[in-house]
Write a protein that binds this ligand. Structure first.
Ligand SMILES: [Zn+2]
Length: 133
């Protein structure tokens, strides 16, 4: 079965006392807070500015991760853990195809497939380390 039981946004920390999310054009290069890939200067992306625990923080997301966060979030959004969540899910039997089926655009599907391949590579590297020791 092509199942994909991933649900993001079970945020159980303190709620932000101030929160704003908006699309922006990068004035300089950034890295996406989720996939760690580059956000090029001039690229449209999403910026979240919030105040948690008296500290104002800004997170930036490439438009593809943002789309995926939106598709898989239930309530509040949780940041910085999206691909960890998917890796956990895939590691415990969720299917890549099932997850891809929940996405709308070809670009988002391609992005997820790439994250999955990165995860596969790191799993292989980990298995090799175990064999050597
Ligand atoms: Zn990203």
């Amino acid at each position: 079965m092509d199942h994909c039981d991933v649900s993001l946004g079970d945020y159980d920390g303190d709620a932000a006392t101030f929160y704003n999310e908006e699309p922006r054009t990068a004035r300089k290069p950034y890295k996406c807070n989720e996939c760690m890939e580059d956000i090029a200067k001039g690229e449209r992306h999403w910026a979240v500015v919030g105040k948690w625990d008296d500290e104002i923080r800004t997170y930036r997301f490439c438009s593809l991760c943002w789309e995926i966060i939106g598709e898989f979030s239930e309530n509040g959004k949780t940041f910085g853990v999206v691909w960890d969540e998917f890796q956990d899910a895939w590691g415990s039997g969720a299917s890549l195809q099932g997850c891809l089926n929940r996405l709308e655009t070809a670009a988002a599907k391609e992005h997820m497939r790439r994250q999955w391949m990165k995860w596969q590579e790191s799993e292989r590297a980990r298995a090799m380390r175990y064999r050597k020791s």
